[in-house]
Design a protein around this ligand. Sequence first.
Ligand code: 13P
Length: 248
Amino acid sequence: MRQTIVAGNWKMNASKEAVNTLIMGILSGMADVKSKVIVCAPYPYLSQVEALITHSQLHLGAQDLNANVSGAFTGEVSADMIKDFGAQYVIIGHSERRSLYGETDDVVAQKVQVALDNDLTPLFCIGELLEERESGNTEAVVSRQIQAVIDRVGIKAFKNIIVAYEPVWAIGTGVTATPQQAQDTHAFIRSMLAKHDGDIAQSTPILYGGSMNPTNAEELIGCEDIDGGLIGGASLKSEDFLRICKAG
Ligand code: 13P
């Protein structure tokens, strides 16, 4: 049985006051949450969140890392720095990084490797653009994105990887994939992993992301191959986020 995982991706939304309110709100409702819950904060707030969630069921993640160890990379943040603030997870290859910052499949695979080498669990994001879905290329696109990572780190490394399927057309648009569309792609992703290793395919968590909210979460997470969610907008309000955490 795969445990349900719900991760919040705050993206570039935070202030000290908002983080305090959000985390205190989430913590106040965690008693009956069975899912594993992760919050992925912007770098400047990792320290604040680390302090707030000590001895709680909440886990901390970052939203990206630089693939280098240290040195002259102005503005960048390393895996070691992220770990220094108690984060155990890191989002890698989010579609916003791929489209806005030119991250290729190769760069994403390299970052997945660096995360794993540093004992950070990657939330490895994949997903197709609207035109790719409409031209019938969804499976080709997600295959290519996954294969780049398998080629780099090997299938066994997926023991420590969480996959997040985020159709780009559903991110921040209010248009959610239907449970059937999401389930079909999740099943395809699992079958692709199974071609390499059946046990790994069965144990790898595959989260759905893209306009998941308290209203649609239960039906999506109820699908056989959907093991939880990676939540953007709805992770910024504690009541909404908690309702999604309780849907699993
Ligand atoms: P929304 O939930 O705002 O659509 O964002 C999803 C996402 O990109 C999570 O990483």
